[in-house]
Design a protein around this ligand. Structure first.
Ligand code: ADP
Length: 541
């Protein structure tokens, strides 16, 4: 049979071309790193991206070269988001909060040739400059006026580089299966691992994410990604929003509740961040008696979202919460909690219960749970098992690894433990390495934490297993109280007891002033265990 459909390679330049052609005037409002609030649109972003592609090529960049990008969420970051792959190069996102050794490792491992960095982040690169093996040039993403003095030789000024280009340029044509971006996992154990996204996987993932049961964006939305573009492929928003032609508000580097609230007031209808950002924001809104007049939906993921956050957003502010689960290796979205008819039919409390799960996967993501021997487990909402994934935007092999990251049937072990209910809703109960095993049974640390943070005087809680001679491990809760009187540990455990069997209730509540966090803001239980051990912590007898 003759082939009758066009060959339309799925490359990300088409996304920004689409935004520039069909949604040219949608605004992008940014808090610039220099300070002032700026405004641009998709047409300008595309034109600037073309100039950046030209500039990179003038510096010798060739298809397949890797460009490290360390930048806050601004509209300039979007120019880079498309200018780098537009030159056929690969956008390697760098998290400025990583430890120096991790940054050195990932920049050398990915063989970054050029770094594009915000001007306030130059000192981070200066501090590691003599350990970087492959970087030839550093481009500072600012104008001449803000170029810092630096010990790094021959810093290039971004705006000057772009001003030298005419912008008349055809994107470098690459195969849709060629690399487009790299994001390293944060590597709490062992070296960070590089996940390489292709043009095709990013485009398919963005198409998937734009569907109504995922992000459900439209050109009428104004989207503010609080989640940094350098965290887990920017939760796909960097591709999905221009694909849909949404307007954007970019919060820059100011992550304070005051700063974010100011940006929300530029008509934001949809926003995205990890739970901690929203817990602080809700406290701020209450304390200052503020409203969220334009916000309609917020996607929350990266860590389990406490019920109280969902309830407060929805009941007090009329903002719908989309609880989501994903990971760097999955581009990253795996499931989003939107309502299937079975959930819509429930009463308010039932729907809220459903939102404690992370929802269901879209087409192109397939999931299963198994026991330790690989036997598939039932979808009864009770039985937990190792969660495995397959999909069009799920990792096959980490960068420079000798073997695949999937089993012989193509399943990727997410490292998470979950239950799935008969309607296909996935509840993440733990990371495999954080599971608490007492008397041969698993206790969900996430569920314990969620129960504890429901106490009004608890700001943050971590449940961890402490070795026990008889039971193998016993759970304890490590709690950060909110400012003010210390909560009564009994009250916290009573709250937990409402949802757990007696043997699952923690043996102790330890109060601390702060918990250790990873570079992406998650509680580092590995570190927490080390701290408690170093302090000689002992379970109560
Ligand atoms: P990093 O650890 O660098 O932040 P990821 O974003 O890839 O990297 O982390 C993914 C992990 O975060 C998941 O495997 C899971 O353990 C956890 N996670 C993500 N979303 C949720 C959620 N909604 N509930 C519980 N855990 C989550």
């Amino acid at each position: 049979m003759t082939v009758v459909m066009q060959d339309f390679p799925l490359t990300v330049d088409k996304i920004i071309d689409h935004a520039a052609k069909y949604h040219p005037n949608r605004k992008l409002v940014s808090r610039s790193v220099e300070g002032p609030i700026t405004e641009t649109n998709w047409l300008n972003v595309r034109n600037q991206a073309k100039k950046l592609s030209q500039g990179l090529i003038s510096l010798g960049v060739r298809p397949g070269n890797v460009i490290g990008v360390m930048a806050w969420n601004t509209s300039r970051h979007f120019e880079v988001w498309y200018g780098v792959p537009g030159a056929g190069a690969v956008n390697h996102t760098l998290n400025p909060r990583l430890f120096a050794e991790q940054l050195i490792y990932i920049i050398n491992h990915a063989e970054d040739r050029i770094l594009l960095i915000d001007f306030d982040l130059v000192p981070i690169i200066e501090g590691i400059w003599d350990k970087l093996e492959t970087v030839e040039n550093v481009i500072v993403m600012t104008d001449r006026e803000h170029m810092p003095e630096s010990s790094i030789p021959n810093l290039i000024c971004y705006e000057e580089l772009l001003a030298k280009q005419d912008g008349i340029f055809d994107w470098v044509a690459v195969d849709e299966n060629s690399p487009c971006g790299i994001c390293y996992t944060s590597g709490t154990t062992g070296d960070p691992k590089g996940v390489v996204y292709t043009h095709r996987s990013n485009t398919l993932h963005a198409l998937t994410c734009s569907s109504p049961d995922m992000l459900g964006l439209s050109s009428n939305d104004t989207v503010m990604p609080v989640v940094p573009l350098f965290h887990a492929n920017g939760w796909s928003i960097g591709y999905t929003a221009p694909m849909i032609g949404s307007s954007m508000v970019m919060p820059g580097r100011d992550m304070t509740s005051e700063g974010l609230y100011e940006m929300l007031n530029f008509g934001v209808t949809f926003t995205a961040a990890v739970p901690t950002i929203w817990m602080l924001m809700l406290q701020h809104l209450k304390a200052k008696n503020l409203e969220l007049p334009t916000l309609e939906r917020v996607i929350i993921g990266g860590a389990s979202c406490p019920r109280a956050v969902i309830e407060t957003f929805q009941n007090d502010y009329g903002v719908q919460v989309l609880h989501a689960w994903g990971m760097t290796e999955m581009s990253p979205l795996g499931t989003v909690c939107t309502f299937k008819p079975e959930v819509t039919a429930l009463d308010d409390a039932g729907r809220l219960d459903a939102q404690g799960t992370t929802g269901h996967p879209p087409f192109s993501v397939d999931l299963r749970i198994t026991d330790d021997n690989g036997a598939e487990q039932p979808w009864d909402g009770e039985t937990s098992g190792k969660l495995w994934a397959k999909g069009a935007a799920v990792v096959q092999r980490y960068l420079k690894h000798d073997s695949d990251a999937v089993d012989k049937d193509g399943w990727f072990d997410t490292g998470d433990v979950a239950t799935i209910n008969p309607d296909g809703y996935v509840r993440i109960t733990d990371r495999s390495k954080d599971v608490i095993k007492s008397g041969g049974e698993w206790i969900s640390s996430i569920a314990l934490e969620n129960a504890a943070v429901a106490h009004p005087q608890v700001a943050e809680a971590a449940a961890i297993g402490i070795p026990h001679p008889k039971w193998d491990e016993r759970p304890i809760l490590v709690v950060v109280p909110i400012d003010g009187p210390k909560p009564d540990p009994r009250e916290i455990l009573d709250l937990v007891a409402e949802h757990f069997a007696k043997w699952q209730i923690p043996d102790d509540v330890v109060f601390v002033s702060e918990l250790p966090h990873t570079a992406t803001g998650k509680i580092s239980k590995l570190e927490l265990r080390k701290i408690l051990t170093a302090q000689g912590y002992k379970l109560p007898q």
